[in-house]
Design a protein around this ligand. Structure first.
Ligand SMILES: [Zn+2]
Length: 484
């Protein structure tokens, strides 16, 4: 049984408020997500910008909407930060590793796509590469030039933000303050600090790995124009949702809006702008430039399954910063294994039939789950409903599986095919383990959680994990953990 998902209430960065989501064409949603720059591994913080649109897309699909999802790959490595200057990162990586630019970008595109899959993300419907859309970018720049929105200086063609009076509106920018803080890179001869490159000319006398002919000379496109050109190519002049990390609001998305609304003559270009907040690593922003490249493999190396990171992601609202520690993700992994254990037990009990269940018991919980997600994707509240479903003693196996199978359309933990975590209950064989488990239960019964946690840690030190099963708590050997 599946519920009617209530109308999604979704925050729009541009209007700075939550609005009921209405696509331009009833029943159909066009969605563009800023994807990876593929000259280096994509760290876990970047993956939050993949998990957020995946959650949104799955909620829209569960609502019965038809979604076209476009995610770009920035494989032209020039302007991958807000500055219009600086090294070409693809070229630098290629030179450093003695490989071609195409080899570098193919390698890191694959790494990113693999990690996305391991985190349970649906494949994008369209995955356009910037380097394969140079003519579309040139065409958009030509239109802007013909309309008088551009000017040329020695190193390229720039967008003149003075020709778009609404430039500061999108992000609520104070352009004078922007200039004062040096937030925008200084390039000699730019008319305003906020002006940005549309086309950069190859420096005279140099041979680049990636350069193309254009009406302005041999060179390469600016970063911002790729997203406008590819979104237009696959979603049309206007579309419903554009996603990205919150760090894109002030420059990249502001510039996308400016060039798109000018070139296409539309407003608003995009109905809903959805931005996810940062993932914090010990209070420090995960950033490639600081040398942190924490990737999914780092979780796996610590015995944490990748989907634990998806569970962890769902524990915070996408518009709130989330603090990362390995312990927190490991704890999410424990919660996920407990959920999986209960789901598999319920599923197998009813032979996989998700249509049974008593609606007087299931429907209030089903409604609570979908209401939470329809409330600007409140995943933490939805997860608390999942916990209730797992714990609630009055639910039957049929009730439980009817709910969890439905919820997994968005949770994406693969519950329909999951197998129970390996290992048997060690307390059945080892009296010492049995005594520890019993002591932990007693501590929990008297709400002495400090002792309960200490015993859990003691068991963990023996490579054992406490899993609460329908038959009571069990101590199971962790995958890969040796008997000491
Ligand atoms: Zn973009």
């Amino acid at each position: 049984m599946t519920a009617t998902v209530p109308q999604l209430q979704l925050y729009d960065t541009r209007r700075r408020a939550v609005f009921p989501f209405e696509p331009l064409v009833p029943g159909q949603v066009g969605m563009y997500s800023c994807g990876p720059t593929v000259y280096a591994p994509q760290h876990l913080g970047n993956m939050r910008s993949q998990l957020t649109p995946d959650l949104l897309r799955r909620v829209l699909l569960a609502s019965g909407l038809d979604v076209t999802s476009v995610t770009n790959v920035t494989d032209v490595g020039h302007l991958t930060d807000d500055a219009d200057d600086g090294d070409d990162k693809v070229e630098a990586a290629a030179r450093r590793e003695g490989r071609t630019a195409a080899e570098i970008t193919a390698f890191f595109t694959e790494q990113w796509a693999t990690d996305r899959r391991r985190l349970g993300c649906l494949e994008p419907d369209v995955l356009p590469r910037a380097a394969a859309h140079i003519p579309q970018q040139i065409e958009m720049i030509r239109v802007l030039e013909a309309q008088g929105h551009t000017y040329r200086i020695d190193d390229g063609v720039y967008f003149d933000v003075a020709t778009f009076p609404a430039y500061a509106d999108f992000a609520g920018l104070d352009l004078d303050a922007l200039q004062a803080t040096g937030r925008v890179e200084h390039v000699d001869d730019k008319r305003q600090p906020a002006d940005f490159a549309l086309w950069k000319l190859s420096p005279p006398g140099t041979m680049r790995l990636q350069e193309w002919d254009s009406p302005w000379g041999r060179g390469f496109p600016g970063w911002h124009i790729e997203c406008s050109a590819m979104a237009t190519q696959y979603l049309g002049d206007r579309f419903d949702i554009h996603t990205g990390g919150v760090d894109h609001v002030r420059v990249h998305h502001t510039n996308e809006v400016a060039q798109s609304e000018c070139a296409l003559g539309v407003h608003p270009w995009v109905g809903w702008w959805v931005h996810n907040e940062f993932l914090d690593l010990a209070g420090e922003k995960l950033s490639k430039s600081k040398g942190h490249t924490l990737v999914v493999d780092d979780l796996v190396a610590r015995g944490i399954e990748p989907l634990a990171f998806r569970y962890f992601f769902l524990q915070a609202h996408y518009r709130q910063q989330q603090s990362f520690t390995f312990d927190l993700v490991a704890a999410a992994g424990t919660a996920l294994r407990r959920l999986t254990l209960h789901a598999v037990a319920a599923r197998d009990d009813v032979g996989g039939d998700a249509t049974a269940g008593d609606s007087s018991r299931t429907e209030p919980l089903r409604a609570a789950f979908w209401d939470a997600l329809a409330d600007d994707l409140n995943a933490p509240r939805a997860l608390s409903v999942v916990s209730t479903v797992v714990r609630s003693p009055e639910l039957t196996a049929a009730d439980r599986w009817s709910l969890l199978a439905d919820f997994d359309r968005v949770l994406a933990f693969g519950l329909a095919d999951a197998v129970v975590p390996s290992g048997s209950d060690e307390s059945a064989e080892d009296p010492e383990v049995a005594a520890l488990l019993a002591a932990r239960e007693e501590a929990r019964a008297t709400r002495d959680f400090a002792s309960a946690d200490r015993i859990r840690d003691e068991l963990a030190a023996r490579g054992l994990e406490v899993i609460d099963t329908p038959a009571g708590p069990q101590a199971r050997r962790r995958d890969g953990a040796e008997n000491p």
